[in-house]
Ligand binder design. Structure first.
Ligand code: HEM
Length: 661
């Protein structure tokens, strides 16, 4: 209470400043971009309308029932800031202050020295210029301390430093002990106190879950269960893939029900299982649900817009959006079609005299989507783009740190070269070739309009290109692979799709308008995305206590939005949830179930996948080109074994027997 009351009356930081990056309405007032907004902590902490008429009195008891009851506005006390950028060190600071105060109180009584002048002023923080006090040993004789003990601390420090070098050694030793103490306390805080506090808060809300294990949480158990699950393939035609793909979460739901929590290291991960709550989280209207901090692997693979928050995300998304507009993607169709034709021609050339062949379509589709994204992203700089793709493909299995850094450097160098060339061409009046990079550079120049801070830096454009690469190649090849596997398992739907394709295009190259009108093929792709979503779950993080579906989640909890579980839930999709039935999408996505967020393979809300139209058009082009030329079935060597390596892969490949038609 005392520390809180001191922090209220004498907050070390007396205010915060934020700047508007675009026009913003706050409390009914519109602030243009570029305005500095002062958040006057000191004024708010001293406001009698908030704290009462005794606002300027030192009354620690006002905090007797905690911070939230101390004033008539629970947001009125924020000496450590507030929201996502709240001081990371607040627990550290409070603990340190308590420790210091306790040790002083144990040993001394104290009062102000006559020389003390009460004159708080600002030099970054709120210092006390001459903070001398008379310290006397606790319950001691009342002897006055020596004069230098009452000197201002900086002077005292200088005198001490000058006096003897052993003081320096002593100070260094003390600093080392303090650093060790700090390390120990923050490790304990991170690995034990915080997880235990969060666990208690979740259990108090009636949410059940796994017991916390120090440091590792459920990670070793997850590895063990995955290893076990991966030993057992599924029967052909079985789409009940959850226990194999996400065995730990599946077990948690069995044992604890929904919602329940597991541990990703010291962070609890609560699985949210009702579509309404999922919609609320994904809408993220006020920025209350953020993305968890990216892992090291995530950062190395690609950061870019997918990992940003707040204004930075909004700026990047605004610049990227035009590149993914329908009209722009329509212009990329010839690239899609050429790449698909190249692939099927290769397949045709490898056929036996009887017109049969066996192909593992998984690497084939990775190649196809890699080719498509290289050409659509980099246009004339395709060769350099292709090299980047090869380097990134090498990246994932590489564990050698030196090699990883080399790859990073080479990818950045290649991208920097391509971007520089493109920027110079556009400045010389050449229009972009309609490729993603050109559109991005153009949109960036338009958006920044000469003001660098409104646009993206070259490094940021590089990150976005790496992201296109990863996001554009990986996910779409997964969708195509499962589509071929599932259509091999369900030949009646393969036949219906082929009829539709031949009806629209015969043997000619599919055009944009007819591709957009395909009904059966679209229903099939949706049903494959439902049963085999390339991204099996998403995560978000609470920045502060949030109420969701009647449950209060404390800050720092990870919410898991389990696409795979929701897509397979019989309470949402009916008894036939585990069956392949594209007919459920006959009247569109919105009529397939009664909830908006029961189908979200591309995410939802403001952060919905920017490339979904791109991916669906590419997938339709590929499926049509294949259906026009081949019938196909599973090879006897195919083993049905979906598992996740970031996205949903076929563990033993996707061997398909093709027959020329
Ligand atoms: C079948 C194919 C695809 C699937 C299933 C898919 C899935 C997703 C999902 C689930 C998200 C949301 C992530 C979240 O909210 O945390 C997302 C975001 C994103 N996707 Fe895709 N994606 C696909 C294809 C693509 C393609 C082809 C591109 C680009 C060429 C792309 C670029 C992106 C980007 C940039 C974001 C981040 C958007 C943001 O945070 O504002 N995706 N994708």
């Amino acid at each position: 209470m005392i520390l809180y009351e001191v922090l209220r009356l004498y907050p070390p930081g007396i205010g915060f400043v934020r700047q508007t990056y675009k026009e913003m309405e706050i409390g009914g007032v519109k602030y243009p971009a570029g305005v500095m907004i002062e958040l006057p902590l000191l004024f708010i902490h001293h406001d009698p309308d908030i704290w009462g008429s005794d606002v300027n009195e030192f009354k620690p008891e006002r905090f007797a029932e905690g911070i939230s009851r101390a004033s008539n506005d629970h947001g009125a006390f924020f000496p450590f800031g507030w929201g996502p950028r709240i001081c990371m060190g607040q627990n550290f600071a409070l603990l340190e202050a308590k420790m210091a105060l306790c040790m002083i109180l144990q040993r001394f009584e104290f009062e102000l020295a006559p020389s003390y002048t009460h004159a708080p002023h600002i030099v970054l923080m709120l210092p006390v210029p001459y903070a001398s006090a008379f310290l006397s040993p606790h319950r001691a004789t009342g002897e006055r301390p020596a004069r230098e003990e009452a000197l201002p601390p900086p002077l005292l420090m200088l005198m001490m430093l000058g006096a003897a070098s052993q003081w320096i050694l002593a100070a260094a030793a003390a600093a080392a002990v303090a650093a060790l103490l700090w390390l120990a306390v923050s490790t304990l805080e991170w690995a034990w106190w915080t997880p235990r506090r969060l666990e208690r808060a979740l259990r108090a809300q009636g949410i059940r879950g796994n017991r916390y294990r120090l440091f590792t949480g459920d990670v070793p158990e997850n590895v063990r269960l995955n290893r076990e699950a991966r030993k057992k393939p599924l029967p052909l035609g079985c789409h009940d893939i959850i226990p194999r793909v996400l065995p730990m979460f599946s077990k948690a739901v069995e044992e604890h029900g929904k919602p329940s929590f597991t541990w990703f290291g010291p962070t609890p991960r609560v699985m949210i299982s009702d579509p309404e709550s999922i919609r609320e989280v994904m809408s993220n209207k006020f920025g209350h649900y953020g993305k968890p901090k990216p892992t090291r692997l995530g950062k190395l693979l690609a950061s870019g817009v997918v990992s940003y928050e707040g204004e930075k995300w909004a700026k990047h998304r605004r610049i990227l959006n035009p590149a993914f507009h329908h009209e722009k993607i329509k212009r990329m169709l010839p690239v899609f079609s050429n790449c698909c034709t190249e692939m099927v021609t290769r397949w045709e050339n490898s056929m036996s005299i009887e017109g049969m062949s066996e192909v593992d379509v998984w690497p084939e589709f990775q190649n196809l989507t890699g080719d498509v994204i290289s050409k659509t992203a980099f246009g004339s700089s395709y060769e350099e783009g292709r090299r980047i793709f090869q380097l990134q493909a090498e990246f994932l299995p590489t564990k050698n740190n030196r090699r990883l850094r080399e790859i990073e450097r080479e990818v950045s160098k290649l991208l920097r070269g391509i971007i520089g060339k493109r920027e110079r061409a556009i400045k010389n009046g050449e229009t972009s070739n309609g490729d993603l990079l050109g559109l991005l550079v153009e949109s960036n120049m338009r958006e920044s309009n000469g003001k660098a801070e409104l646009g993206m830096t070259t490094d940021e454009i590089i990150e976005e290109c790496k992201l296109f690469y990863f996001a554009g190649m990986e996910t779409t090849s997964v969708l195509l692979t499962w589509t071929l596997i599932v259509l091999s398992m369900h030949p009646e739907w393969q036949e219906r799709a082929r009829e539709e394709v031949l009806h629209h295009f015969g043997r000619t190259t599919p055009d944009y308008d007819s591709l957009s009108r395909l009904k059966i093929v679209t229903m099939i792709l949706y049903e494959v995305l439902r049963l085999y979503p390339p991204v099996v779950f998403l995560t978000r993080r609470t920045y502060k206590e949030m109420e969701l579906g009647g449950i209060k989640y404390p800050a720092e909890v990870t919410l898991m939005l389990p696409i795979l579980f929701i897509h397979h839930d019989p309470d949402i999709w009916g008894k036939d949830a585990g069956e392949f039935n594209p007919g459920r999408f006959a009247d569109g996505i919105s009529n397939a179930t009664k909830y908006q967020t029961s189908f979200f393979p591309f995410g939802w809300g403001p952060r919905i996948c920017i490339g979904q139209n791109f991916a669906l058009l590419e997938a339709k082009m590929a499926i049509c080109t294949i259906l026009q030329r081949f019938s196909f079935e599973l090879s006897p060597s195919y083993i049905h074994a979906p598992f996740t390596v970031i996205t949903l892969h076929p563990q033993h490949g996707a061997q398909i027997k093709l027959k020329k038609i």
